[in-house]
Design a protein around this ligand. Structure first.
Ligand code: GLN
Length: 530
């Protein structure tokens, strides 16, 4: 088992996750089994209680783990389903060590960051790779080199390198090369300083990935190679790309794949990027375009909806229909009215928590229903489509979710009885992949091509079964259910060209080669409408 460690320098937001995922794609293309791990040096045990405004979307895995959105990048790029052990946080590491200390595992000894915390980190990294029978454990370090909270992790991966030997570990450092002044000179000083910081932790990089607007000038490449003590082949340009799926090819084109294999003393096999290139070719050469309005409440931070953005890219690659997303803040619908949705070929109301912007989202579901505009609802969007229908079509004026109005006379969305007594925020959510049974003749079963599906969840509230008979009689059909039929999972509005909403999140399992069927259905319906 070998290790590739990706660290970040200069500043955050350099696309380290995409660089890591892209390296994974290249290694996989050479027939190697890659096991990606994200290290998040924050004290939270997991990302479950974190606000999307700070860190972007909370990504949910099959096993119900709530993780950093980079896990989503790994799954999409490598086409794998990961478990929670692929996301290591300071919270998890310290909790494990403190539990051991309390149990008496370290009896008589002083428990310290070195060696106990660093040993725990190394053990976790090895365990993931062994469980996966990986050829390569691909480790991405969150944060920036020099952060105090990242130090135990840097020290752990330094020790790891020492233990496994030079041929078995490769350190990749991502930096920024800004362009300054009227002449547009590429500046290497931030990279120099960041490499010096990394070396101060005892780590000598093998690869420098230099982010910048443009590719590095040959002289700049040489200069970076010279002061970082890295061969010129190890200095890789990462210029702005029109698609994240370009990045593996950009790296490969500079010889990175061969360089990594050589450095790790791995046999060079025939590479297979054919499927990847074909996908990219379809994505970049659309035959038609549609505009989809995404009605959200975190629209200022696009990372809050990254899995939807990617699911639409996957749908575009499958259909050759380009999706232009129109970002609509649901509060703006409340202020300016639904007319701001005019001209959209389709509407998506995604998931969310909290009551800000709820009425705007409900209005969007009604606008789609009343004007035959293709519509997709996800999680909160599914719940609110039900609320809107109950109000308008059933005439239950104050219908609501008890999440937003605990006193509503018509709680069409409510907690299931067993959840009403639970108070601990971390424990009440229904999480992860569950089996869903679809009605054979439903639109959704046709989209999936099967009546039994597995999709991921993250919610507390459910459609209240007491209201189902009335809702269905009036034309809102619950065609997907789970848990012995107790939980509603998919709804379809009868007589509408495309009105499909799900309690689960189909965007989380969408992949470049297996797009989310409901997103793809929306895109096709939106194109059909034009
Ligand atoms: N807030 C809703 C619930 O808890 C929806 C959650 C979501 O959209 N992820 O059920």
């Amino acid at each position: 088992m070998k290790f590739v460690v990706v660290t970040g320098g200069v500043l955050s937001g350099l696309g380290k996750g995409i660089s890591t995922s892209s390296i994974g794609v290249l290694l996989k293309s050479k027939g190697l089994k890659v096991s990606p791990v994200k290290i998040d040096p924050y004290l939270n045990v997991d990302a479950g209680t974190m606000n999307p405004y700070q860190h972007g979307e909370v990504f949910v895995l099959d096993d119900g783990s709530e993780t950093d959105l980079d896990l989503g990048n790994y799954e999409r790029f490598l086409d794998v389903n990961l478990g929670g052990d692929h996301n290591i946080t300071t919270g998890k590491v310290y909790r494990a060590v403190i539990e051991k200390e309390r149990r008496g595992d370290y009896l008589g000894r002083t428990v310290q960051i070195i060696p106990h915390i660093t040993d725990e980190i190394k053990a976790l990294l090895r365990a993931v790779g062994e469980k996966d029978r990986a050829d390569i454990v691909l480790i991405e370090m969150g944060g920036t080199v020099g952060d105090i909270e990242g130090m135990p992790f840097l020290e752990a991966v330094r020790q790891l390198g020492q233990e496994v030997g030079k041929e078995n570990v490769l350190y990749v450092h991502t930096t920024l090369v800004p362009v300054m002044g009227a002449v547009g000179e590429q500046k290497t000083k931030p990279t120099q300083q960041s490499v010096r910081e990394l070396r101060a932790s005892g780590i000598q990089p093998n690869v420098i990935i230099a982010r910048g607007e443009r590719s590095l000038e040959p002289d700049v490449k040489k200069k970076i190679a010279f002061f970082s003590d890295v061969p010129v082949e190890g200095v890789i340009s990462a210029p702005d790309a029109s698609s994240i799926y370009d990045v593996p090819l950009l790296f490969d084109g500079q010889g990175l794949t061969e360089y990594i294999l050589k450095t790790l003393n791995l046999p060079v096999k025939e590479e297979d990027l054919k499927q990847w290139k074909a996908m990219l070719e379809r994505l970049k050469n659309p035959e038609r375009e549609v505009t989809i309005a995404l009605v959200g409440k975190y629209t200022h931070l696009k990372d809050s909806y990254i899995s939807h953005i990617e699911a639409f890219h996957h749908a575009s690659a499958a259909s050759r229909i380009k999706v232009n997303l129109r970002w609509v803040e649901s509060m703006d619908i409340e202020k300016k009215g639904v007319k701001i949705l005019e001209g959209a070929d389709g509407i998506l109301v995604p998931g969310g928590f909290g009551d800000r912007g709820i009425e705007g989202k409900i209005a969007a579901t009604r606008y789609a229903a009343d004007h035959d505009i293709p519509f997709q609802g996800v999680c909160l969007g599914f719940q609110l489509a039900t609320v809107g229908f109950a109000r308008e079509t059933l005439g239950l004026k104050d219908a609501n979710s008890s999440e937003f109005n605990p006193k509503t006379p018509y709680p069409v969305v409510d907690l299931l009885p067993e959840q009403r007594t639970v108070k601990d925020m971390g424990a009440t959510m229904r999480l992860g992949a569950h089996e869903i049974l679809l009605e054979e003749n439903s639109k959704t079963a046709k989209l999936y091509g099967t009546a039994t599906i597995f999709e991921r969840h993250r919610h507390r509230y459910e459609i209240n079964p007491d209201f189902i008979p009335k809702l269905e009689a009036a034309g809102l059909r619950y065609v997907g259910r789970s848990d012995g039929g107790r939980r509603m999972e998919v709804l379809e509005l009868q007589g509408h060209p495309y009105f499909v909403a799900s309690q689960f999140h189909p965007e989380l399992r969408s992949r470049p080669f297996h797009p989310s069927p409901i997103h793809l259905g929306l895109v096709k319906a939106a194109a059909g409408k034009k």
